[in-house]
Design a protein around this ligand. Structure first.
Ligand SMILES: *Cc1c(COP(=O)(O)O)cnc(C)c1O
Ligand code: SF4
Length: 349
């Protein structure tokens, strides 16, 4: 498509509807009806910070957020709850799979809606905000489960909450003696950095260790405003982790991954997980086979700083947990491979 209107000439507002996308030159007018059909199932939001980064409707930024009619094509291996969250929810807003940690999902709103999202059946602009009573029940569940040492705030995106609401949650978690660590998973610092105000940062002050995992899939998402935002977060004593999904057309090359992970380290962020794509409905166009993912990571081993090497993980469909996917370098009881692929036999391993 060659009719993309230059971003500078576009109004700085959230694009939500098929009409918005067509007006911005991000979708052809001929797709209007098909995109209306997609909109019946899946939310769309393209915030100004992301729109600024789009150079072409097929570029690695654009394809993460622009809906396409292919989203209604579901392949046999895809499922609506790919990682089994629903079965692991003791009360609304809590997901508990591992003994020592639990997810708290206070809302299902995101700053943008990733077309490959594993929760795509659930997230959306008017969904899932826990009301006062439901939030209190979720907090009470955490209060009465002393084995929970780490609470992971996710959603949706916890930084889409008002400072008042987030502060209320942070205060409640900070008051739980058994909780040592509060982790927030968010895309806001890259998707809507202007939301990270001093007032919002104030709410993250806690005597507990607060960690933040930021979801970023392409080096270009680390724009100047995003990097400035991340710096402010680190200044508050919050260590940053980078979280990415391996995506066809976005980061499925050694060069793209190298630029992404190096960009994260330069932005004071430790690449944490590179996720294998979860089989959510209508996401087949983003799938990269695991052998290819292993090859890509192996290509970076030894070439880039160890700080820039994330764990490649699969969330086993059905709710069985996350496992590392390699690549591995042990080739037998006494054999190891080096980054160049040469094997070495050792007396002891
Ligand atoms: C991914 C996930 C976590 C966090 O796992 P880590 O490996 O600690 O990052 C916790 N609970 C659930 C239900 C999860 O899906
Ligand atoms: S920000 Fe996270 S939860 Fe929201 S749409 Fe993207 S992947 Fe899904």
């Amino acid at each position: 498509m060659s009719h993309l209107v230059k971003p500078q000439s576009l109004p700085r507002r959230l694009l939500r509807t098929p009409q918005d996308l067509i007006a911005a030159g991000l979708a052809p007018p001929s797709q209007h009806a098909a995109l209306q059909a997609v909109a019946q199932h899946y939310a769309t939001a393209i915030p100004p910070a992301f729109l600024d980064l789009i150079e072409h409707p097929n570029d690695p930024i654009a394809i993460q957020v622009i809906p396409t009619p292919a989203e209604l094509e579901v392949t046999p291996e895809e499922r609506s709850d790919p990682i089994g969250d629903d079965a692991l929810s003791p009360v609304p807003g809590i997901v508990h799979r591992y003994a020592d940690r639990a997810l708290l999902k206070p809302l299902l709103v995101c700053p943008l809606y990733c077309r490959f999202c594993f929760r795509r059946e659930h997230v959306g602009p008017d969904g899932g905000l826990l009301d006062d009573a439901a939030l209190e029940r979720a907090l009470e569940w955490l209060r009465t489960h002393p084995q929970i040492q780490e609470v992971i705030l996710t959603g949706g995106d916890p930084l889409m909450l008002s400072a008042r609401r987030l502060g209320q949650i942070m205060d409640a978690l900070s008051a739980m003696p058994h909780v040592t660590t509060i982790r927030l998973h968010t895309r806001v610092p890259v998707a809507a950095p202007e939301r990270v105000t001093e007032a919002l940062l104030d709410t993250l002050e806690s005597d507990k260790a607060v960690w933040m995992a930021v979801h970023i899939n392409h080096a270009r998402e680390l724009s100047e405003p995003a990097k400035a935002c991340l710096k402010q977060i680190v200044r508050r004593g919050i260590p940053l982790l980078g979280q990415s999904v391996l995506l066809r057309g976005v980061n499925d090359s050694e060069d793209a991954l190298e630029a992404l992970f190096r960009g994260m380290v330069a932005a004071r962020m430790r690449p944490y997980y590179l996720h294998q794509l979860d089989p959510a409905p209508g996401t087949a166009r983003f799938h990269v086979p695991v052998e290819e993912g292993q090859r890509l990571l192996a290509g970076l081993r030894g070439r880039v700083t160890g700080l820039a090497w994330p764990t490649y993980v699969l969330d086993i469909p059905g709710g069985y947990g996350k496992v590392p996917l390699g690549p591995g370098y042990v080739d037998g009881p006494r054999t190891v491979r080096d980054p160049e692929g040469k094997t070495h036999n050792l007396d002891r391993l």
